[in-house]
Design a protein around this ligand. Sequence first.
Ligand code: MG
Length: 169
Amino acid sequence: MMNDQLSQALNDQMNFEFYSAHVYLAIAAYCSGESLDGFANFFIVQAEEERFHAMKMYKYLNDRGKRVTLIGMSTPNNEYSSILDAFQHAYQHEQEVTKRIYHLSDLAMNDREHATIQFLKWFIDEQVEEESMFDSIINKLKRIDTDSNAFFMLDNEFAQRTFVPPTTA
Ligand code: MG
């Protein structure tokens, strides 16, 4: 049986994943405001991914006989100075998520809660992907000028991104 401290921490993280969707949708809105529809699409898909993460935790808590509770969300940052600034903000946000997932994993390990340790492995792997993705986009953006063809090609590339729910786990 999972202890209350661990289930509360999982519930907190579920809420933080919903908040992450909110953060990314606000970035999408900023991009739309700048008429960068490809970048906006990228963050709309990112928001969908975050909602999927939250629902994964929602289902897990239910499966473990725990009552899920939702909390109110704080206002996300709606203004950015540039696309690079928005991606840097997103990268920092993902680093915060990783820290939180590690903390959850520590709690599960301290409690020898093997099912939860296993459940969190998926999120640990996912965070490696998320951080690497944002880091590489930031590096690209730093290399290209925002008025260049390369910048608009990137916007075009991101217009193609679609949300594909992971089939494993
Ligand atoms: Mg997430």
